[in-house]
Design a protein around this ligand. Sequence first.
Ligand code: NDP
Length: 390
Amino acid sequence: MRKISIFGATGSIGQNTIDLIDRQPSAYNVVALTGAANIEKLAKDARRLNADVAVTAYENRLEDLRAALSGSGVEAAAGQAALTEAAMRPADWVMSAIVGAAGLQPGLEALKQGATLALANKETLVCAGALVLETAKRHNARLLPVDSEHSAVFQALVGEDIETVERIIITASGGAFRDWPQRDLANATVEQASSHPNWDMGQRITIDSASMFNKALEMIETKEFFGTSPDQIEVLIHPESIVHSLVGFKDGAVMAHMGAPDMRHAIGYALHWPERQELPVERLNLAELGQLTFQEPDEDRYPALRLARNVMERGGLSGTVFNAAKERALDLFIARQVGFLQMAEIVESVLIKFETSNGLLDAELNLDNVLQADHLARKWASEAAIQKAG
Ligand code: NDP
């Protein structure tokens, strides 16, 4: 039996992972399941899967979790230290599906135990790519991509020499506002931004898809994961979300990965890798689809893409700052304190402030410096928002 843990078990990726585990319960021994606010769901799954421990990120919810687990034999724990402790428990395969930079530390801890880390949490590589890769190497641990685009690229690269790759083309659905006139974007509401045309995902990534911050994070994740240079990474809008990404090789060949928009595809590939096993996903009928369409994104319309290029070129701690400022700007948008287009303005102003503050972006890439830069970027993003409101 494989020992597995799921960080972010109550979220969209976590639940899709559990759906796959549920189909072969005798194959898995569940070590840890984690969540945050959703105590009932966490306890219900931890009971059914007979997990060793269930952890909520919120310390003040420990008693609720204990009560929900009472009599089950599943240990209850809460808080950041408990999340780290859960990641230190030996597991063969760990799903990293916490949303945001909060996923970084548990992921690093799991790698230190030599686990295979299935990485849905793109923020891990955006915030601390070199540190994460170096930790994986040092502890003989493996990272497998779960983001559908990176899973697609990973699959297209099987048996290929990375040196023969000319370019990586990651596709984007265009999100909720792909057909909106630019002039309407300033007044886009949280509700409008929270509905995705093709994918059923958590609210934060859905809004990030509408602003293309999600694609911006994925560009940086691509650079870190595959070690490509920024100018080898292209973004293509593909409204049907059938081609998940493409790899172009030196000889002109382009390998595309296709599938129905269902995250169980990428999760299942990472779960069963290096094998392929049958998955409960819809089969493609290309004749029925008739056509697939592609268009180049307009970087004026999506400033997040331009900022991501700057971040990839700049390196250092700029990925940490970009992500943290984006997370804070998104909090403020969800709280209706800033407008949709102001998110990118806030992120850009924070990046500029770091760039012009002597050496801040060039501090060594270790966990302490990442956490400090993350904290400061959130603070400066809040200040930038207040200035805009004033
Ligand atoms: P959700 O919002 O659906 O779920 C997030 C999970 O993280 C939940 O389990 C949530 O707990 C938990 N969580 C929230 N805040 C914290 C915190 N501060 N500390 C610890 N845990 C926390 O997100 P998704 O499943 O959509 O996304 C998860 C990650 O996967 C993100 O990084 C996203 O970018 C990435 N991803 C998602 C895809 C998708 O299809 N959804 C596709 C590709 C990548 P609770 O719900 O109990 O509050």
